[in-house]
Ligand binder design. Structure first.
Ligand code: BGC
Length: 375
């Protein structure tokens, strides 16, 4: 980074290297919250969960490119959705000299020890998209408003069925939730369920499978571990075969994201549902290419789009501040309590995309190539 480089050149010239090193900010205490202009080296380890989902590939590569444009040294690793692999990759990044870690955790509970070890070596930790729980060693959190993602899904269903206008149905609903080890998944479900639950209680929405959570933690029992499309498909097959016999059909599926929605859609297709006739309302999140195609083919009703390029820009700004020895900007210091501390967060706004918005929102902004989705 330019500022940091200028500082280190000046430091060398003045022979103050030792002095600056001594007052470099400790990562775990806020990476320069004391306004110390010495800052950290722009040597960044990015740890992403998996290459199997399009969004993480875009997130990781997009952020790496931005940071390299700022002359940072960047090591980007994907952990194949395996926590042990993520831990050893982070260890290697720190051993290799990373001074800032950007981590999208596979399991929000298990990274404490490796990050505490990193913090003891003055590494600053930014939780990326997913909060890291149960440790002091997370300095900042950059994400989209996760509760709002679910709320937008719930409100979309409410509006499509005319529930707020008094439609009485009853409509059949199958709720799905995300991976129980992902801190985001609880926020997504809570956002949607706070909208839908009153209609379940009044009987306007019925849940034939019985998979409606009874309490705040109940979503975990219907969570699809690892967010796999195949597992969502198997679960939907099971629900359709067990609870939709004798001509009953499903009207709505609450899917927290696109990877689950894809599996659910494959299951509906195999069960003989027809797009444009009895195909249910299905929600999603991420605007993955396969799902944008499904939206255009009337096999998915909406997706909640999170412009991951914006998230990258926000993290880049955080890193610029840390390197300059400044306090990164955050806009939420209440919501994300990781059990040990409330992690200062920057929340971005998610956006609903339906068939009508694909061109104007996704294609025109360059997030999706028209040719990739057959436009
Ligand atoms: C992310 C979602 C993503 C899901 C599965 C969540 O933590 O916020 O965007 O769909 O993980 O990878």
């Amino acid at each position: 980074m330019t500022t940091a480089r200028k500082i280190s050149v000046a430091a060398l010239t003045l022979g103050l290297v030792a002095g600056l090193a001594a007052c470099a900010p400790a990562g775990s205490s806020g990476g320069g919250s004391d306004g110390d202009a010495a800052g950290a080296d722009c040597n960044v380890g990015i740890s992403m969960p998996t290459r199997s989902l399009e969004r993480w590939i875009n997130d990781g590569e997009g952020l790496k490119e931005k940071l390299e444009g700022d002359d940072c040294t960047v090591d980007l690793q994907y952990a194949d959705n395996k926590t042990d692999q993520q831990i050893s990759q982070i260890q290697n990044q720190v051993a290799g000299g990373a001074k800032i870690l950007v981590v999208a955790a596979i399991d929000g509970q298990t990274l404490g020890p490796v990050l505490e070890d990193a913090a003891s070596q003055d590494v600053t930790v930014i939780a990326y998209d997913r909060l890291i729980n149960g440790t002091e060693a997370v300095d900042y959190y950059a994400t989209f408003d996760n509760y709002k993602v679910g709320q937008l899904q719930g409100e979309y269903i409410e509006e499509q069925l005319g529930l707020a206008d008094g439609e009485k149905g009853p409509f059949t609903l199958e709720p799905f939730a995300g991976s129980p080890d992902d801190n985001n998944a609880g926020f997504f479900f809570a956002g949607a369920w706070d909208v839908l639950q009153p209609y379940v209680e009044s009987g306007v929405l019925t849940v034939p499978s019985g998979k409606a959570p009874a309490d705040d933690d109940g979503w975990k029992a219907i969570g699809i571990l690892g967010w796999g499309s195949d597992d969502a498909q198997a679960e939907m097959d099971n629900r359709l075969q067990s609870f939709y016999t004798g001509g009953d059909t499903v009207d709505v599926v609450l899917s927290p994201n696109d990877s689950l929605a894809l599996g659910i859609e494959a299951s509906l297709d195999a069960a003989g549902y027809q797009a444009g006739t009895d195909w249910p309302i299905i929600t999603g999140q991420d605007a993955d290419v396969a799902n944008v195609k499904a939206i255009l083919a009337d096999q998915q009703s909406m997706t909640v789009w999170k412009d991951t390029r914006e998230l990258g820009t926000q993290v880049e700004a955080m890193i610029t501040a840390i390197v300059a020895g400044d306090e990164p900007e955050t806009n939420d210091t209440d919501t994300y309590d990781n059990g040990v501390k409330v992690v200062p967060a920057y929340l971005l706004d998610p956006v609903v995309v339906t068939k009508d918005d694909v061109q104007g929102t996704l294609v025109d902004s360059g997030f999706v190539d028209a040719s990739d989705v057959g436009l």
